[in-house]
Design a protein around this ligand. Structure first.
Ligand code: FAD
Ligand code: NAP
Length: 338
């Protein structure tokens, strides 16, 4: 483990924003983290933990210590005929864990295929896609409290998971370093085909009773065609959360737009597409210098090359303002802004 100074973060965030950290260290074990946290306490400087940097927008240099969590292992903790509990180090690429489980026919996270980033960051926003969320299979989260270096295992019920939300984004924000995540998967999996796009692709391939491997493969295909690859165009996936709106607001908009769609939630609210709102405000494919809105998926803001974090941020604020003006809906950022 090496402590770097004035370290460029350009390759550590998928927006490829060109900022630097005063100090930077990549850690490979709990011991490394404890050492780094002790060092940082001596210096009394701000701290930021990162994984793959795929849900972060940097708007300035970070005047403190950035720790990149690269703890990497996958262990079976417990199993019986029906289920298996697997623990992975926080630094394992999330999609490597998914592929490992899909290959072994352990079901429950296959719809989360190809989500970028690390396993350690997955509980932070309770990653979700195509009808599955991490919370559906999460068993526990292990980590270290920054204040006193105490180790703690946080069980699922304590994580306060919500839509792209958890205790780690709220009460424990900036207080807890996740070192490992355990999921409980099924050895007799049932596929989740609630999303239309997945069914359409399976139909095209004439697959009637898909395995989890086939579902994973189809989701990979959809994502590869629909989303910009961050290694080619800087982005952090969806910039905003998909909003949940009241029945009356839903009906008001539905009366005005034939193509408006929503999904009724058990609480009576409707989940709607933020991408649709942004497109209706005319932002799809717009480019201002090197900051822009993706041409196919308007929920994804992009850096075509040399955009600054503030340029992306300013664009996001203009989008929010126009959506509010037109639809009276306040978009909420999903990306973590520093
Ligand atoms: P980072 O961006 O490095 O960090 C995110 C936040 O977590 C930061 O606040 C950071 O401080 C904190 N953090 C990271 N690691 C730790 C740790 N070990 N301990 C404590 N705090 C930590 N998300 C979805 O939910 N669904 C999707 O379908 C999806 N699709 C995406 C598609 C693309 C093309 C991209 C670029 C992103 C997408 N995302 C999606 C967002 C992103 O991939 C996830 O949020 C992912 O979990 C972020 O992981 P990361 O390791 O890159 O986290
Ligand atoms: P989509 O499938 O067009 O869905 C748009 C919106 O409708 C989302 O709010 C989605 O909710 C909701 N929705 C669609 N089908 C639904 C159903 N059967 N039941 C309940 N809600 C439904 O979205 P997309 O942009 O193509 O993305 C596909 C999936 O990948 C979505 O789950 C999306 O969240 C996820 N994704 C996430 C990111 C990210 O960075 N966070 C990036 C790309 C894709 P949900 O958002 O709850 O799914």
């Amino acid at each position: 483990m090496k402590l770097e100074t004035n370290y460029s973060l350009k390759n550590e965030n998928t927006f490829h924003i060109d900022v630097s950290a005063k100090y930077f260290a990549e850690v490979f074990s709990e011991e490394d983290i404890k050492n780094m946290l002790s060092e940082r306490r001596i210096k009394e400087i701000p701290l930021l933990i990162i994984g793959g940097g795929s849900n972060i927008l940097f708007t300035r240099n970070f005047d403190g210590l950035v720790i990149k969590n690269s703890i990497s292992y996958i262990n079976v903790i417990e199993e019986d005929d029906n289920k298996i509990i697997i623990e992975a180090g926080a630094g394992v690429r999330w999609d490597d864990l998914v592929q490992y489980c899909v290959e072994k026919k352990y079901g429950g996270i296959e719809n989360l295929s190809l989500i970028p980033g690390t396993t350690g960051a997955a509980p932070i926003q309770n990653i979700g896609a195509y009808g599955q969320e991490l919370k559906d299979t999460l068993y526990y989260v292990k980590g270290i409290f920054i204040e006193n270096l105490a180790l703690k295992k946080i069980i699922k019920d304590e994580c306060n998971f919500g839509y792209r939300d958890s205790i780690f984004k709220r009460e424990l924000k900036g207080k807890f370093v996740i070192t490992a995540v355990a999921v409980c998967l099924s050895k007799k999996p049932k596929v989740n085909l609630t999303y239309a796009a997945v069914n359409e692709e399976l139909d095209k391939l004439n697959i009637k009773e898909p395995s989890i491997k086939e579902v994973s493969k189809v989701i990979r295909m959809i994502r590869e065609t629909k989303l910009p690859n961050p290694t080619e165009i800087g982005n952090a996936g969806s910039f905003f959360k998909n909003p949940e709106i009241s029945e009356s607001l839903y009906l008001d908009i539905k009366n005005l737009y034939q193509d408006f769609k929503g999904y009724k939630l058990p609480n009576g609210y409707h989940k709607i597409s933020a991408a649709w709102l942004i497109e209706k405000c005319g932002w799809k494919g717009q480019r201002f210098g090197d900051a822009g809105v993706h041409k196919d998926q308007p929920l994804v803001l992009v850096n075509f090359g040399t955009a600054s974090g503030n340029e992306i941020r300013d664009l996001s604020l203009q989008i929010k303002e126009s959506v509010f003006k037109k639809f009276k809906i306040e978009l909420e950022e999903e990306v973590n802004i520093f």
